[in-house]
Design a protein around this ligand. Structure first.
Ligand code: URA
Length: 240
């Protein structure tokens, strides 16, 4: 990889700015000053120093966010704030994008990464990655709903869902439930409840595949996934 590309990728400025830094003799590769922007380096094997400090190269970033209500799961939006707007420059320079979508009013676990391959695997319908949601429902939820969801319900457009696992945490005038589904149709949880005549009034994703929402993250906060967590995700959706 070209040295100017490497330095620019990891956030030391545009290619033009990086060229200037190089020209001024502020970069060494394996102990030798490199001024040529076209100079090729091996980001893993070569030791690159900038202003006397070692540069840690990395290609991918993996974030776990507790998405707040009111922001859009997209990289850009003309009207609303997006989850990318919540990132610090430190992470934003890697150009991560949300892995799938949560509705604007849905909270909870959202991965952001620039690893397109892993994101694709996690979202692939073939992989059946389970996603668990906590929801508050506007009416009593019963055994009849558990059975209906276990068989699959018919959505407003005629689509028959795959089975969902419904757990009732509290059933009264308002109910607290957890629902695990392996699909990601548009507004799926809300539409599954509509299919049984009920309304979701609060929705939060609490897990995806092997990873649970980190409860220490306040709404809108995020952290990097650990290497172990990234490995768990990879093992969960091995590529063919
Ligand atoms: N199901 C929904 O209805 N909304 C979400 O945001 C996620 C799943």
């Amino acid at each position: 990889m070209r040295i100017d590309k490497l330095l620019s990728n990891i956030g030391y400025g545009s290619r033009k700015e990086v060229k200037k830094i190089l020209k001024n003799g502020n970069v060494t590769v394996n102990g030798t000053t490199v001024k040529d922007a076209k100079f090729h380096v091996d980001p893993i094997a070569d030791s690159v120093f900038l202003f006397g400090e070692e540069v840690q190269y990395r290609e991918f970033i993996y974030l776990l966010m507790n998405k707040p209500a009111g922001v859009i799961s997209a990289t850009e939006d003309n009207r609303d704030k997006t989850v990318i707007d919540l990132l610090n420059e430190e992470e934003a320079i890697f150009n991560p994008f949300p892995v799938g979508r949560l509705d604007k009013d849905t909270e909870g676990l959202l991965f952001l990464t620039n690893d397109g391959k892993l994101a694709h695997q996690l979202l692939s319908p073939k992989k059946n990655v389970p996603k668990t949601y906590f929801a508050v429902i506007n009416s009593p939820v019963t055994e009849v709903d558990i059975e209906a969801f276990a068989k699959g319900v018919t959505l407003d457009d005629g689509y028959e869902t795959k089975p969902g696992k419904l757990v009732i945490l509290k059933s009264s005038q308002y109910s607290d439930i957890e629902l695990t589904i392996t699909e990601g149709k548009f507004h799926q949880v809300k539409r599954m409840f509509e299919a049984v005549g009920k309304k979701v009034i609060f929705l939060k994703r609490i897990s995806m595949g092997p990873i649970k929402l980190d409860e220490t993250l306040e709404n809108g906060e995020y952290r990097e996934l650990t290497e172990e967590e990234v490995q768990l995700l990879r093992d969960f959706v091995p590529s063919e």
